[in-house]
Design a protein around this ligand. Structure first.
Ligand code: CAA
Length: 240
């Protein structure tokens, strides 16, 4: 019997690659998205993956959205918290809204999705949660106090929830991508990005499917002994 997997921010970029990989692995995949209807339509038409629109930073909307997915598709057994936004700027130029929006979506989204899906996983005694963190949550990044704090928070959230889920066969892990060839990274000014790429030992940006393969492993039956861990996929840019 196929398990239902949901990927937040799943219609574009890394999320889209994760959806396709999990679909190839035999999961029934559902994508959540926040705003881009054209990308969602394209995703549905080209892959057959059902797309559901809500803001993962909105608690009530997330509880209602996941309930709708469970009613229409089936119990959610795999959650990939991938949805994320940037509002880059140095602290002295950053507004409270820039701070709060990033915390609300990137970190709050993990809480909201877990609140919606973790109780069912506990009852069924099986679950996989994969949270997409970031190299910038591990190492920090100039111009990203909001994003680095939220992503770093994801790593702590992962280790805490992993302890709570372990006895019920629910694994909770994180992946910390480095700079991946997506719209988000393309928005970094060219001169800044050139310097960043020069600091990546493998000498290139990562590809979205290189993150998806890591997610695929963490969602598999065979990864049941892996929990509370962070897999860094960053071309060697940050090692520790
Ligand atoms: N370290 C030290 N100083 C730096 C620096 C760095 N890394 N980057 C910039 N500066 C300096 C500049 O040299 C400049 O100094 P001077 O005025 O003396 O020349 C000063 O800081 C101001 O820099 P900017 O002119 O760039 O300032 P800005 O306000 O126009 O832009 C910024 C600041 C928005 C942070 C811009 O530099 C930027 O976009 N940086 C990239 C941030 C980044 O990497 N974001 C990642 C997005 S992708 C992502 O987040 C995915 C993921 O998980 C990896």
């Amino acid at each position: 019997m196929s398990r239902v997997a949901i990927v937040t921010g799943g219609t574009r970029g890394i999320g889209r690659a994760i959806c396709e990989q999990l679909q190839a692995d035999g999961f029934i995949v559902v994508a959540n998205y926040g705003g881009n209807d054209d990308a969602a339509r394209h995703c549905e038409e080209s892959s057959g993956i059902k797309c559901y629109k809500w803001d993962v930073g909105d608690h009530e909307a997330t509880i209602a959205g996941c309930a709708k997915v469970e009613q229409e598709v089936g119990p959610i057994e795999v959650v990939v918290n991938n949805a994320g936004i940037t509002r880059d700027g140095t602290l002295h130029k950053m507004s409270y809204d820039d701070w709060h929006d990033v915390m609300r979506v990137n970190l709050g989204g993990c809480f909201n999705m877990s609140k919606a899906c973790f109780p069912g996983m506990r009852e069924r005694k099986w679950g996989r949660i994969v949270n997409i963190g970031s190299i910038n949550g591990q190492a920090g990044q100039y111009g990203q106090v909001n994003y680095a704090a939220a992503k770093s928070g994801i790593h702590g959230f992962t280790k805490a929830l992993a302890q709570e889920g372990a006895r019920a066969n629910i694994t909770v892990n994180a992946i910390a991508p480095g700079y991946i060839d997506t719209d988000m990274v393309a928005a970094v000014p060219d001169n800044v990005l050139e310097k960043i790429v020069a600091g990546i030992p493998v000498g290139r940006l990562g590809q979205a499917n290189e993150i998806a393969r890591g997610v695929s492993f963490l969602c598999s039956e065979e990864a049941g002994f892996v929990t509370g861990s962070t897999m860094s996929i960053n071309g060697g840019q940050h090692m520790y």
